[in-house]
Design a protein around this ligand. Sequence first.
Ligand code: NAD
Length: 321
Amino acid sequence: MKILVTGGAGFIGSAFIRHMVKTYPSYHIICFDKLTYAGNLDNLREVDHRPNYEFIKGDVEDLNFLVWLFRHVDVVVHFAAESHVDNSLGNSLLFTKSNVIGTHSILEACRVSNVKKLVHISTDEVYGDILEGSFNEDAKLSPTNPYSASKAASEMMLKSYIKTYKLPAVVVRPNNNYGPFQFPEKIISRFSTRLIQGKKVPLHSPKPVRTYIHVDDTAKAIDVVLHKGVIHEIYNIGTEDEISNIDLTRKMLQFFGRDESYVELVDDRPFNDLRYSVDYSKIEALGWKQQISFEEGLQHTLTWYAENKWWWEQMSECQKK
Ligand code: NAD
């Protein structure tokens, strides 16, 4: 099986590729990535010498190139996207280009080629927030920021290709991922690298609650959907590991031996979802189970950032005061 992974040099895409290359030596895995600020081939060092791995630099908006490439691809797993909400509050047009037009190009290239399955990576943020309970896959989409709106818009385009062309696609909607190799712009990676450097952490708002899943659990869930997911279905990928921003920050302060004077409250986002939560019983019914508890995964992740300064120290994000 030949699998092309868009955005494979990013955080979740690279975890998925490391898992697939090691688990399935007989599959050929192609990482297709534009290498934006968030793409980093160092994330793939562990597997880049293996014969079943290949890297191709390219942009998901380049339809002609995709059509040419997809001639001999069996499965496409589509991660490529602008992924940081805060950036979408500045230049949201870039999000429409990469996430909506990029996905549209992927759909079109799949339509005219012989791709047998497209696994589209969406997000739990397409549902918007929920103060109590959890969204299942039939809930209505109600995105609240330009990032989540661009992800919802790309899902709408995908839905139209399913209805009109019977495109063999499945969608997954994971919740917040954390783990090694996450660009230091999201709360766990950013705060870890700052605390290690002895810098204060900028906290938007103490209140919002997020649910976390370790990136290796997400990679395995996508593997399950790739092999067993029913065409045209949607699968939430989630856990019960909910924690507020302030409680998470306190855990990190404690781990790195810093006190509350290292927290700087900064202006909140113009609108900040209070809580996300998904019902993930449907993917559990396919045979997936969370394997890494938040306590264990967080300890391991914070230790990884402390021990792998080579990976993040030179990044522009880490040069900021
Ligand atoms: P990331 O920002 O770490 O990586 C994105 C990757 O896509 C980068 O390697 C980048 O170079 C590449 N890319 C961006 N635009 C491209 C383009 N036009 N052509 C080719 N490559 C391009 O993102 P991530 O956190 O790994 O997220 C991956 C996917 O999972 C995204 O679709 C995101 O919406 C979704 N998701 C992320 C989370 C999370 O917590 N990180 C949660 C749910 C869903």
